[in-house]
Design a protein around this ligand. Sequence first.
Ligand SMILES: Cc1cc2nc3c(=O)[nH]c(=O)nc-3n(C[C@H](O)[C@H](O)[C@H](O)COP(=O)(O)OP(=O)(O)OC[C@H]3O[C@@H](n4cnc5c(N)ncnc54)[C@H](O)[C@@H]3O)c2cc1C
Length: 373
Amino acid sequence: MEHSDFLVVGGGVIGSAVACGLLHKKCSVTLLDAGGDAFNASLANFGLVWVQGKGQGSRRYAEWCHEASELFPEYVRQLETETGIDLAYRKPGGLVLCHGEEEYQKREKVLERLRNESRHGSYDCHMLDRADVQKMLPNLTLGPGITGGSYSAHDGYLNPLALLKALHMSFTQGGGHFCSGTAVTNIGYQHGRFLVTTNSGEFTAEKIVLAAGNAMTRLSRMVGMDVQVHPEQGQLMVTERTRPTLSMPISGIQQTAEGSFIVGLSNRNVGFNTDTDTRLMKQMAQRVVNAFPALACLKIVRSWSSLRVLTADGLPIYQQSERCPGAYAVTAHSGVTLAPQHQIHIADWIAEGVQPEEFERFSTRRFDVEKTA
Ligand SMILES: Cc1cc2nc3c(=O)[nH]c(=O)nc-3n(C[C@H](O)[C@H](O)[C@H](O)COP(=O)(O)OP(=O)(O)OC[C@H]3O[C@@H](n4cnc5c(N)ncnc54)[C@H](O)[C@@H]3O)c2cc1C
């Protein structure tokens, strides 16, 4: 039986970032991951570090994403220096394109709402007309249906596979114990200590962090919490490589450093199904061609589906169990974007009890308030 100060369950981008943060506190940390999981969102996402449009109805979440984007350049620099892995991170800003007048007006309203809800009545993202969008994308002619878009300087992107690899390397190089292929089947709690049963032995720890993606609901109940998450399918497809033409990420379209375009514009509630759908591919490809007719000649070489990890209101849950103090749940929809927040601030909270400002907004107690309201 192995003992550590902290056990982190789930080696996706969220659990790995938290585990790296805890390791920096000079604690012994063991990271358990079931592995081989087709539903692992961290290996199949879009890689955007995205701020604009997030947090309608939750000023704190809008700020939380914005703060993450501010931390990102230094965060990446440190991770790259530690591991030697190039994360291909760029922060050129990002665009959301509007197809038609109706989409333009809708987008304007979203930004207006975020501005009204913001702390100082300012939200750093603005609408652009078609001519201004075209100026920002000098190498690709816009299709006739594009009426404009919104632009934020805080958006960027990276290679999500490189991020996960770098987090795992940083963790093991820093002295963490990473147990891959280790699925947690039961968590017991006695005298302030956790006893965790897995398919390959038992582990004990003073504290436990659950960051197991779509397995959170089941695992959280083992430590007296009710962290409800559900899967939402997103399908992505990738084209053959071509010369660099897209100078910044666009919501749902980006060009990788190697020259492929990645397209991902879908949200489907189909349970734990990760089948791909050719009709959906056709719709996504059509929307890209409507935006940039010149891309019609590119061949699609691969498509896959993966499952987002969503809470009922789409906001993160950061919660300590009342029944089993020392057990924490950490889950969020934008695990790539929020990586520095999880590694720095969530690890501070778990290891030292330092709570970020207005942290209560992210606990499951917000759902109790909604129920009784
Ligand atoms: C199509 C798509 C596009 C996305 N695009 C973006 C984007 O551009 N930017 C962004 O910020 N976010 C994006 N996301 C969201 C992002 O991918 C997720 O927020 C993030 O990957 C969630 O990480 P996680 O570690 O919580 O979950 P996961 O990546 O699912 O990892 C959970 C881990 O827990 C492990 N696990 C499960 N059960 C157990 C158990 N019993 N014992 C041990 N281990 C267990 C699994 O093996 C898995 O490795 C996207 C998601 C999807 C699906």
